[in-house]
Ligand binder design. Structure first.
Ligand code: PLP
Length: 340
């Protein structure tokens, strides 16, 4: 059996989660009649101090809906150059919303209020109007790096002053909050919209919740319908999300601890050039130039470890719900014994 470290999206639902899904009370959510979906949306909204939530099939859809309701063509969004909303959503911001992106070179996926300020376009017809800032936390391409609330508050002040909306791609927001122990509602207070994923570290099979005020969520519901994301008896899926919030947030600490163990083991090898600082559940390392990336991944696979390419010489490993201490101990042993 493989130890699958490619992503925290590969998890299988646990028996407890499956039971919750089976026993969910459901109805037609497009008619607003699925009480489990309503419960999930309200639970998430309450946690982040927002008025309302919208259950979406994916993080991509909830990000794209947010961009759609917070911008209008021909505007511009600002994001870090490696942001998921720009790089990995199939060009959705231009396709769905007709806007361009101003990409900022950040520090492992994070940008500063000063950089934001320097990248807001002047009020001049030559430039697209800057309308929106998208922040990702944790930053996937930054190797699980995270922001502190103070940095976000500073950016929120700039956005407020210049009339920009602010969206959080919180695919892994709970990983970040696990480390900082900051309050979700203070985070919620800084953003117009937040997308919170249930299907990454939290281990649900499907789903993200978009959070905002009632007015924006009303608009978002309409856009979700247009995109084909209105689901019927979605309560079975929402039940997994509720279960995940109640049971799997607390255990993220364990993923982070195991990720650090993995990082330490990698640091001790001769064939690793550099291990990026391990901040949450994502471990990224670059290989020495004489090591061939694809052959390295094949070698790991031949020893039943799945990892993923993350750059020309970079590899990513992610800890998650289906990875335990014993597995990571095995992986560390295999890593230290690789025949290089
Ligand atoms: C940072 C980030 N945002 C958004 C998404 C999109 O989520 P989904 O795969 O549910 O569309 C991902 C997916 O891995 C992600 O890593």
């Amino acid at each position: 059996m493989y130890i699958d470290l490619r992503s925290d999206t590969v998890t299988q639902p646990t028996q407890g989660m499956l039971n919750a899904m089976l026993n969910a009370k459901v109805g037609d959510d497009v008619f607003g009649e699925d009480e489990t979906v309503v419960t999930l949306e309200q639970k998430c909204a309450n946690l982040f101090g927002k008025e309302a939530g919208l259950f979406c099939p994916s993080g991509t859809m909830s990000n794209q809906i947010a961009i759609k309701i917070l911008s209008h063509s021909p505007g511009e969004m600002i994001c870090e150059r490696f942001a998921h909303v720009y790089n990995y959503e199939g060009g959705g911001a231009s396709f769905n919303s007709g806007i361009s992106a101003k990409l900022i070179k950040g520090n492992r996926g994070r940008i500063s209020a000063q950089q934001l300020l320097e990248n807001i376009n002047p009020d001049d017809v030559h430039f697209p109007k800057t309308q929106l800032l998208c922040i990702e936390n944790t930053c996937n391409k930054g190797g699980g790096s995270y922001y502190h609330l103070e940095e976000i508050k500073e950016m929120a002040r700039v956005c407020h002053e210049y009339g920009l909306h602010m969206h959080l791609d919180g695919a892994r927001i709970f990983n970040a909050l696990t480390e900082t122990e900051e309050s979700p509602s203070e985070w919620g207070n800084c953003f117009d919209t937040l997308s919170v994923c249930l299907s990454k570290g939290l281990g649900a099979p499907v789903g993200s919740v978009l959070l905002s005020n009632k007015e924006f969520i009303k608009k978002a519901r309409r856009i979700r319908k247009v995109l084909g994301g209105g689901m019927r008896q979605a309560g079975h899926l929402a039940a997994a999300g509720i279960y995940a919030l109640e049971n799997n947030v607390i255990r993220l600490k364990e993923d982070h601890r195991l990720a650090k163990q993995l990082g330490n083991a990698l640091e001790q090898t001769k064939w690793v050039e550099k291990v990026w600082p391990v901040e949450t559940n994502i471990v990224v390392y670059s290989l020495k130039k004489e090591i061939h990336l694809q052959k390295h991944l094949q070698l790991l696979a031949s020893k039943n470890i799945k990892a993923i390419a993350f750059g020309p010489q970079e590899v990513r490993m992610v800890t998650h719900l289906n990875v335990n201490e014993e597995m990571i101990r095995n992986v560390c042993k295999i890593i230290s014994d690789l025949p290089y």
